[in-house]
Design a protein around this ligand. Structure first.
Ligand code: HEC
Ligand code: HEC
Length: 204
């Protein structure tokens, strides 16, 4: 029997095949300009496990994250598709070119583990429908598909819940996670956070 979940996956596969979710028109970023623009970002993103005391989740790790995903995420804060008071205010002042520069800078601070494809993963049944995009080891397979391996567990729970509640909208992710239970979300977050991959950005 084909479940609602499998139907959703077939639909998103078509969307992806049609190229609708692939970020377009990302200007080439200049990492050196991005470095200057990123000074305001480091207080939160450069410190291991930093957390706004009002929030239940830590600031996401960016070290090793995909450049075009960083660009898409920043644009979403700026344009209001993704809401976070701090991030919206910061990204809101930047042009597309400046966002591409910042994304290029953070992507340049990646790490060898993520670049090499992470560590071998155990097989977790609930993640079987995620690997086609996020990689079997949690390392995103395309520049627009974020790496999940090594991300903070509490941030992953938060991100999945945002798609589930509609606070964060994405034509690919929203239908995929809408039918997941709280329990599965918790297990998925635990699984991906336990894999080797993303690290807190380190500025040398
Ligand atoms: C006050 C702390 C703070 C500052 C300063 C800050 N961020 Fe963030 N950042 C956060 C938090 C918290 C989130 C998660 C927000 C959410 O729920 O979407 C986040 C999310 C992000 C994401 C999305 C990551 C993902 O996995 O989806 C990117 C990219 C990002 N920040 C880049 C930046 C850049 C670039 C700057 C500087 C222009 C910056 N941040 C400044 C706290 C901060
Ligand atoms: C067809 C490709 C595809 C599949 C399958 C898929 N994802 Fe995603 N995922 C994406 C894309 C694209 C994004 C970025 C969306 C956005 O900009 O908000 C994303 C974002 C995410 C994020 C947010 C990352 C961050 O840093 O904020 C999480 C968590 C996530 N996916 C988990 C999952 C899980 C768990 C599954 C399986 C149940 C899954 N995804 C299946 C493509 C996919």
């Amino acid at each position: 029997m084909i479940s609602k979940y499998e139907t959703a996956i077939a639909v998103v596969t078509l969307i992806v095949a049609a190229g609708l979710s692939v970020p377009r028109a990302m200007a080439a970023g200049d990492a050196a300009r991005g470095e200057t623009l990123s000074q305001a970002c480091l207080s939160c993103h450069d410190s291991e496990g930093s957390r706004n005391p009002d929030l239940s989740y830590r600031v996401p790790k960016l070290g090793g994250q995909k450049a075009s995903y960083l660009f898409v995420a920043l644009k979403a804060y700026r344009d209001g598709a993704r809401q976070d008071p701090g991030m919206t205010a910061l990204a809101g002042t930047l042009t597309d070119q400046e966002l591409a520069d910042v994304a290029a800078y953070f992507a340049s601070l990646g790490n060898e583990t993520a670049a090499a494809g992470g560590s071998p993963s155990g097989s977790f049944n609930a993640a079987r429908n995620c690997g086609a995009c996020h990689g079997q080891n949690g390392i995103g397979l395309s520049p627009g598909w974020p790496t999940l391996a090594g991300q903070h567990e509490d941030y992953l729970v938060h991100a999945l819940n945002q798609y589930r509640s509609g606070m964060r909208q994405d034509p690919v992710m929203s239908p995929l996670v809408s039918s997941l239970s709280d329990e599965t979300v918790a297990l998925l977050a635990k699984y991906y956070s336990s894999l080797e991959g993303l690290r807190t950005t380190e500025v040398k």
